[in-house]
Design a protein around this ligand. Sequence first.
Ligand code: FAD
Length: 327
Amino acid sequence: MLLPEHDFVKPATLAEGLAVLRDAPGDVRLLGGGTDVVFNMRCRLLTPDTLLSLKDLPELQGIAVLPDGSLQLGAACRLTDLVAATVLTERYPALVKAFRAVASRHVRNLATLGGNLCLDTRCWFTNQTKEWRDAKGPCLKTGKDVCHAIAGAPVCVALNNADSPPALIALEATVTLASSRGERRLGLQDFYREDGIRHTVLEPDEILTRVTIPPTTDRLVFLKETARQGMDFSYGAIAVRADGSGATASRLRIVLGSLTTAPRLLAGAAERLAVLGLGDDGLDAACATLRDELGPLTNLYSPAAYKRELARILLRKAVLELREMQA
Ligand SMILES: Cc1cc2nc3c(=O)[nH]c(=O)nc-3n(C[C@H](O)[C@H](O)[C@H](O)COP(=O)(O)OP(=O)(O)OC[C@H]3O[C@@H](n4cnc5c(N)ncnc54)[C@H](O)[C@@H]3O)c2cc1C
């Protein structure tokens, strides 16, 4: 499958890149490591006029500890480099586990943090070759007013299948978005939208430049369920963060990934565990909230009932793991 014809631009600075994004005619697509973009171009899901490479922009590089103890990660950092960074392995082993859960080493050698956070949503009916899609006909995402996954769905229900958002949202990470109009910073949980087509709040002239993680000594667990580790996208993933130690915690953040169009923060389950503790009573009460908190689920990739059960199992496993950890 040949790549569609396109221009390739490799700016030397962020300002230059932002100017290209603002001024270039036609569709400009940002390129991190290209592990998803290039694949989608080969499948003719994307046919940009211009690819704008961010990989070597100096402003998007590096891992830095800020004076207040926060950790700042450049959006163009390769996942391989994040997995190997001592400051991350020492402070946030569960976050490193999430980065390592992305695909294989070969993919992580190219893939960037920004690319993983902005990874397009995926659907069984869309992420196929052009010939396959042509046989089925277009959908909401590919230009027609119909959803093949859920008849009558008013909005695209493709899934956010990226592995790093749940752990970063649990850590209350923020993202910085730059454009030639200036910069804005927002919590990563507010970056995502429940819309498989416009799945983030990123504007067409914006680039995600860095991720900032506030300092914490809380416990964090990340789990991913998949068919083949080191190769496959997730069936479901969870990140659970808690203060305290053993079965005691007063503040928790629970985030599910890969089950819905945007990563899902489970406030009700977290509140149950904070009130009742991480023992069996708290865990049962937290699991009982899941059906309501998850709401209707699509049958994409697996039946909705399977997804609900998987969410329960992931929560149980994560909390059992948390109980064994000291803050
Ligand atoms: C075989 C295979 C297995 C995979 N398995 C997994 C998996 O298990 N888990 C997983 O999470 N992913 C998986 N992926 C998908 C992908 O490889 C990763 O998500 C990767 O992290 C994407 O990063 P990238 O830099 O290559 O992104 P790119 O392909 O360069 O970009 C992805 C998207 O992000 C946008 N983008 C990139 N950088 C920025 C930025 N700084 N600001 C704004 N937008 C930006 C691009 O325009 C594009 O829309 C897999 C891919 C393959 C080929």
